[in-house]
Design a protein around this ligand. Structure first.
Ligand code: FES
Length: 570
């Protein structure tokens, strides 16, 4: 290898400094020849027993290591904070930016020439990619893969069914005992949620961006092909270091446009919007909320997966995986975008076969014309809000109704079960103060459950609006990410129960029908809530978090600082 390695600034040194760097590394039994002249590959591991979706990552890391060694590099695994979606309170999203800082500083501070990011549960992917982008070394993503499809009373289930079970339970159609049977059959194997939730969406995103080897998105976690992909990724990162192929070469404006189009075709999560905006902010690619609408347009839903369709990630894999979806998209994608293996997207998916037209359809005969992310504007969300039409009810896409407002998630929980709550199926549920700053952390509560008295009548969906997020596994006519959020005092803060709200998805409109003078009167009377965080990371987050339409990153983390370490204390 001609070019001098970054790690040689540590291990290639003479005198006291080189002595220290090598001596303490050697205590792990690593001989000289492994440290000098070989690319040192960091394996950034989010393994944790508190992140069940990533609990198989120790074994996955071993496969990566074998690939690194085979290609002549030396692997060094390191931990970063892990984010498990199911256990963390108040919400894993509060910590996405913190993990990105951990990742960025861990990579830059250490003698690494290239990095493999082991990502799985929802936030671990954007957090790791964001952090790595701010350093910009050669980097490759290996996703953990989806779980096998669950089973309940003989039928296939996965995470999207939790919402249905919950409604059945609340409506008295399902007992607690049946809930326990269902939960025992839900998570059958290693891996992340088995539908096109946020984790699967993120795995598709990295493959569409060109940050992983082809096939990364859909191979189930327990399939031996997943470990082979990890092994091959370990070898590939060594070649990337040799060719100095960095993230900034792969992440171009065109690769972001590809990711948006692929997300529309697969019916990806609304969380995709926030995470892609944040990643773009780290690499300095100008990307706006409107771009998601613009580049989704004309891309129908090709993939028939829950929550927008019927099937599961395992079925997508057997049908041909994301390569088959990207091949089906033809010239809707920029096929000349370079990926981690040095080949273009077009080359990687050329002639990729589709084995099941019921799972992956075609542009001529799509599974659903409704796809992608629609960006709504209007006086209720001056900076925008989003809706995922493929997961919504067509009859509600144009709807005017009376607002039933909850000022907080706690108030919603207290009032929603009240049989005297003034609400019917034409009402619009509005949930405030669940935005990035107001909650803080922007939890996934936007697809709030319907009032039990309406569920009992058989109501399946209502228009719901919030400044929060929704689980990628969720569905319904749910408007999310209203910006500016209520905590900032925009019009969304001023809506009251009884106001009329108009939604018109075709015209991209979300309008609060309240006279301007009345809004001004309410604005004068509005008072911001007292700050929730007095100290620590949460205080830092609240002070610096940006709005959802900008990616909800911390303002001082935008951009990058490169891989140079400018001070040397030894
Ligand atoms: Fe981890 Fe769904 S809970 S991906």
């Amino acid at each position: 290898m001609e070019r001098s390695l970054r790690s040689s600034k540590w291990f290639g040194r003479t005198g006291k400094d080189g002595f220290i760097y090598r001596a303490w590394t050697k205590k792990q039994g690593i001989p000289d020849h492994e440290l000098e002249g070989k690319p040192i590959i960091g394996i950034c591991n989010t393994w944790s027993e508190l992140t069940p979706c990533n609990s198989h990552f120790r074994e996955l890391a071993e496969s990566v290591k074998r690939g690194v060694l085979e290609a002549g590099g030396y692997p060094m695994e390191f931990p970063v904070m892990s984010l498990g979606e199911t256990l963390m309170k108040p919400t894993a999203m509060l910590y996405r930016n913190l993990v990105s800082m951990d990742v960025e500083e861990s990579i830059r501070a250490n003698p690494l020439d290239g990095v493999v990011l082991l990502c799985g549960c929802d936030k671990t992917t954007p957090a790791l990619v964001m952090g790595a982008c701010s350093v910009d070394l050669p980097t490759i993503v290996v996703s953990g893969g989806p779980m096998l499809t669950g089973r309940y009373k003989g039928r296939q289930i996965s995470t999207s069914d939790i919402w249905r079970f919950s409604e059945d339970y609340n409506a008295g159609r399902m007992s607690q005992e049946e809930m326990r049977v269902a939960e025992a059959g839900m998570c059958r194997s290693d891996g992340h949620c088995a539908v096109m939730g946020t984790a699967s969406t993120m795995a598709c995103m990295v493959e569409a961006l060109g940050l992983s080897l082809p096939g990364n998105a859909a191979i189930p976690a327990p399939d031996s092909a997943r470990r082979i992909l990890a092994h091959r990724s370990g070898s590939e990162i060594v070649r990337m270091v040799g060719e100095d192929r960095r993230l900034s070469e792969i992440l171009t404006r065109k690769s972001f446009e590809n990711a948006i189009r692929v997300n529309a075709a697969v019916g990806g999560s609304t969380n995709f919007v926030i995470h892609l905006l944040a990643i773009a902010g780290r690499v300095g690619i100008p990307l706006t909320l409107e771009d998601f609408d613009t580049f989704s347009a004309g891309v129908p839903l090709l993939v028939n997966l829950q929550p927008s369709g019927l099937h599961f990630m395992e079925d997508l894999y057997y049908a041909g995986g994301l390569e088959a979806v990207m091949e089906a998209l033809g010239d809707r994608l920029h096929r000349d975008c370079v990926t981690v293996n040095g080949h273009t997207i077009g080359e990687n998916c050329a002639q990729a076969p589709c084995y099941s037209p019921d799972v992956i359809s075609t542009l001529d005969k799509p599974f659903n014309d409704q796809s992608g992310i629609v960006v709504l504007k209007g006086n209720l969300c001056e900076n925008g809000a989003v809706i995922k039409p493929s997961a919504a009810t067509p009859a509600l896409m144009r709807h005017t109704g009376r607002a039933v407002v909850f000022e907080s998630i706690e108030e919603y929980k207290v009032r929603i079960d009240d049989p005297t709550l003034e609400v019917d199926e034409t009402s619009i549920l509005v949930l405030k103060n669940v935005g990035p700053r107001g909650y803080p952390g922007m939890p996934e509560v936007g697809n709030m459950g319907l009032p039990p008295k309406l569920l009992a009548k058989g109501v399946k969906d209502m228009v719901r609006i919030s400044d929060g997020r929704m689980s990628g596994t969720g569905f319904g006519t749910v408007i999310l990410h209203a910006s500016p959020e209520a905590a900032l005092g925009g019009n969304f803060a001023l809506v009251k129960s009884g106001d009329r709200i108009e939604l018109d998805v075709a015209r991209r409109l979300l309008v609060l029908h309240v006279p301007g003078e009345e809004l001004e009167r309410r604005r004068k009377a509005w008072e911001p809530a007292s700050p929730i965080a007095e100290r620590g990371y949460v205080q830092l987050y609240v002070r610096h978090v940006e709005q959802a339409d900008a990616g909800a990153d911390l303002d001082f983390l935008k951009g990058g600082s490169g891989s140079e370490v400018t001070r040397d204390s030894h």
